[in-house]
Every structure is written in C-alpha cells, then in structure tokens.
Design a protein around this ligand. Sequence first.
Ligand code: BGC
Length: 456
Amino acid sequence: MIYLIVAVVAIAGFLFGFDEGVIAGALHLLKSQFDIGPLAEGIMTSAVPFGAFFGALVGGRLAEPIGRRKLLVFAALLFTVGAALAAAAVSVQFLTAARLVLGIAIGIAGMVAPLYISESAPAQKRGMFVSVYQLAITLGILGAYMVGYLVSDSWRLMFGLGMVPALALLVGILILSDTPRWLALNNRRDEARATIARIHGVAPNAAVVTEELAEIARTADQASRGSGLSALLTPMVRPALIVGMGLFLLQQLSGINAVIYYAPQVFQLSGFGSVETQVLATVGVGVVNVAMTVVGMGLIDRIGRRRLLMIGFAGTAISLGMIAVASTIDSPALHYVALVGLALYIASFAVSLGPLPFVVMSEIFPLHVRGLGMSIASLSNWGFNFLIVLSFPVLVAAIGLAGVFTIYALICVIGFIFAVRMVPETKGLTLEAIEDHLRSGRSLRSLGRGSLAAAR
Ligand code: BGC
C-alpha cells in the first residue's frame, strides 16, 4: 500500500519537474514565434515559481482544514487546466497566465505531496520514500527535456503533454484516503486505524496498528490549540522554521534553476555552438540529475542527512568554482571544464541538496504546525527560485557567467557552514520521537548528534 501511495503522490513530483523543465526546450521556439524581449522572457519563465509561491501559501492555509488528499485533487485539476491553457496560448501574456496557473498547482503539490508521503511512511524508510518525490521531480525534468528534444518543432505539444500525468494524478489520488496523521488529528480514529492497517498490509486490530495509532493519537492530543502563524514563532518551533527556510534558500541560491530552466543557454555561453548539441547536453543534465538522485536515496537513511548535505555543498562549491575560474582566465579547455564541472555540479546537487530540504522539512515540524511550517518553508523555496530564474539573464548580461557562478559558489560555502552548525540529524527517528525531543525543551540542532551536542 505504501508503494501505491508513494507512486501516486510521486506523479505530483513528476509534474513539478515537467512544468519546470519544459520551458528549456520551448524557449527558442517561442522566441521565434512571438516578439519576446528579455524582460518578458524572464517574467514568462519565472511565472511558474511566482505562481508556486502563492500555491504554497494557499496550500499551507488549507492543508489542515480540508486535508492533504483534497488539496492534491485540487492541484491535479489545476495541472490539467494549466497544461491545456499553455498548449492553446495565443500570446506571450496568455502563456504567462497559463504558467501562473501551473505554478499555483506546483506550489500546492510541492508542499502537500512530501507531507503526504512523510505522514504515511514507516520511520526507517521515511527519508528514502520522501526522496522518491525528488526523484519524481528529476524524472519530470528529464521527461520535459526529452520531449523538448523529440518534438522539437511544436511548443504546443510540449506543454500539452503535461495533461497526461495531470490526469493520472487525478485518478490516482481519488482512490487513496487521507494520511493517518491527518485523520487522527481530525478525530477520525477509525479511518486512521484502517489506513495504517492498509499501509502495513495487516488487519486493523493488529498490534503494530494499535501501537502506531496510539503514538500518533498521543501527539495529536498534545497538539496545542494554537496552530496559527504565531505558533511557528514559539521557541520550540522557530529553529525548525529557520532550518526549513534556510535549506530551501540555500538550495535555490546554489543556482540550480539557472541551469535547469536555462540549460541550453548555459551550454551556449560555455562554448557549445549548435542548438542540437545544446539540447542534447541538456538531456545529459537531466540524466545525471536522475541517476544521482537515486544514489542519494540509497545514502540518505544510511549516512544521514547532515553528512550528506555537507558532501553536497562541498561538491557544488568546488564544481561552480572550477567553471568560474576556467571562464575567468578564458581557458582554452573551457568547453570541457564546463561540461565536467556542470556534470559534477548537478551530481552533487542531486545526491544531496535536491532531496534533503524536502526530507528535513517534512520531519522537523511538530504535528500541530507541520502543514503550515512546510508551507512557509516552501515559500522560501519558491521565492528564491523566482529570484534566481528572473535575475539570471540580467546578471549574465551584467557580470558574465563566471561572475554569476562565483556568487553561487560562495553561497554553497555558506551552505556548508549552515549544514555543519544548524542542521539536526533525523536519520531513523520516528516523527513522534523528533517531536518528543523538541517538547522536552532540547534544541533542534542537538537532535541525533549524540550526548555531547545534546548537552549544549
Ligand atoms: C528544487 C527545484 C529544482 C530541482 C532540480 C528541487 O529540489 O526544489 O527547484 O529544479 O530540485 O532537480
């Protein structure tokens, strides 16, 4: 059952990636059909993260009152409508509006889907399951890049194909129930029990179900009345907010979406002449992204969140630095350095910075503010995503690719320090154990770091 849940919810991740990545292949066609200036290009491209920002805001407000499942149904409908509108666009403004709708869908799905998986998965495999969501994002990006390569003459078909996974999500989510934790929180204990039993594949009166339900019910009962914005700022929750928002800020300012959305242009700036090789190299980015996400999934519950983050930030800082130096000294080998550097950069991101913010965000908030907390952390994701996507063309024009990559590299160095100092280790702990730790007044960063740090 858990596999079915993960598979259905992962379609939301696929759509997230597809609608992010599809613009890379479509942009040159759109530019030749419509009269698009650089600002209009930036606005149209960044309409997705801009819309997603509002989607995350709405998602956070509604995740508690209407539930995780209904929100995903709503997102699936928006994905379908958005894809149809984008395919039928008659002007750049129309397309920008359609991308805004898609963005809202992504923003909602982007926070509800990992929440849904996290609240349904057994603790030992939670990290891996939540990372399936990131894997689905990367598959969506790769799918979009391949569509860009294969139907290279029709941007309408590229956008329209997004309706297929959108409808699949709609059908899939209709057959699932809500998460056991949300059901318990809303005093629907019988349904919660039935769902836990289905997840474990046992009878509803099995001991494992009773135990898990008791644990969940205990935290649900503890959930203090206040679950509004002010509850996020209490000393117990504030550190989770800082870590959740901080990780997404750093994930985005590492520059990933300058590469994901504008990959062909990045390759062009790195000396790849023909459109064909640029688009092919872009597919290469998609492949490395998927492959290394799989590697990350294997590592996340073994070497832990914190160590994996350090590895990721070190790798992205070094690879970006490499490309920046090669293009500053105008190395004759720039072409190759850029190719190797970008592969290393995507690999380091995918194994670590890609999945980890989602995993950690879904773990560190106490139940009573989990939906809201994740939504605010997602706002940081989309706000900074928007900033990077909007600013990249302007920054490249002003300070060149080397300058922009230098800034991203420095941010990755800050990310490394953040991982060392602020990020807790949640590997193998149940969500309830994490919550108990916070309720006992101990600091978030001391979580999972052994007795030495816990004493601080
Ligand atoms: C990020 C996206 C990014 C993707 C790349 C995700 O974790 O949130 O913004 O495009 O990774 O794989």
